[in-house]
Ligand binder design. Structure first.
Ligand code: NAD
Length: 249
């Protein structure tokens, strides 16, 4: 492991355009479980609340779950050492952009300033009728469903529900990053969700060096990654940062 950590630190220091690509696994140490698998959020909550058809048919019930899960629960969670490590890499001048599949805002809270939210965000909301946008801070969550002050239409969080397309700007910026990055640091994603899982493959085709951190050997960038670091994101990021600081002394 030490050798792989050293290799990763050298690649980061030698990079000209480091990009990070993160998934649900980076937030597990912040207390947010992934959706699927043992202990996953969908073992506790019904995933159909994120099905557009169900959301429109049962808006009150859907909003009660969405509010509990994505606003009350996610809102209490804080960045962990992995998010903080990425913010530190930006401050050091290495990390240019974070592409995240997450909607928990923890990269921004940790201090990263260029975060591409591939699946959208819970921090803004949108009226499904007139398209009016709202900031989370201006929402009244005292009764459900949440409706538009302009037209009474149903409001939804501005992250994508099942079957919805990727926000165009997030998509184009991510593809651009996959082209521009000379080193891609992938943290905590299973690669089961398309089209996000194309990003590392596109990067690889462009000759990008891929460093991957995951607790599971069974990671999807097999054959694509150059350095695989098995372990918890917070722990591994912490020792990479220490190693970078040691090398820079
Ligand atoms: P996933 O649930 O499919 O996979 C999570 C991956 O993280 C797995 O490969 C797992 O082995 C790994 N992992 C678990 N704990 C880890 C840890 N401590 N350190 C490092 N790796 C760890 O997640 P996905 O690929 O991101 O796809 C699921 C979709 O659901 C995405 O859109 C995701 O953003 C969304 N989601 C988001 C959140 C969030 O915003 N925090 C939470 C759950 C799901």
């Amino acid at each position: 492991m030490d050798k792989y950590i050293q290799d990763a630190a050298h690649k980061i220091i030698g990079s000209t355009h480091l990009t990070a690509f993160t998934g649900a696994g980076i937030s597990v140490e912040s207390g947010i479980p992934p959706f699927r698998g043992e202990g996953g959020l969908w073992t506790k909550y019904d995933p159909s609340v994120l099905d557009l058809d169900h959301f429109h048919r049962f808006p009150k019930q859907a909003w009660e779950v969405i509010h509990t899960l994505f606003y009350e629960f996610f809102g209490q969670c804080e960045p962990n050492q992995a998010h903080i490590g990425l913010a530190e890499l930006e401050k050091m001048g290495y990390l240019k952009t974070v592409i995240t599949q997450n909607i928990d805002n923890l990269h921004q809270e940790a201090g990263n300033t260029d975060v591409v939210e591939f699946h959208g965000t819970a921090q803004t909301l949108v009226c499904t009728n007139c398209g009016k946008k709202y900031r989370r801070s201006e929402m009244d969550f005292s009764s459900f469903p949440v409706v538009c002050t302009a037209c009474d239409g149903l409001i939804k969080p501005n992250f994508i529900f099942f079957g919805e397309g990727i926000p165009p700007l997030a998509y184009s910026r991510s593809m651009q990053e996959a082209e521009n990055a000379d080193v891609l640091l992938i943290i905590g994603t299973s690669g089961e969700v398309m089209p996000a899982s194309m990003i590392p493959r596109l990067a690889k085709q462009n000759g990008t060096t891929i460093i991957e951190i995951n607790t599971d050997d069974n990671i999807y960038a097999h054959g694509s990654n150059d350095i695989f670091l098995k372990g918890k994101a917070g722990y591994i990021m912490d020792i990479i940062i220490q190693e970078i600081k040691r090398l820079l002394q």
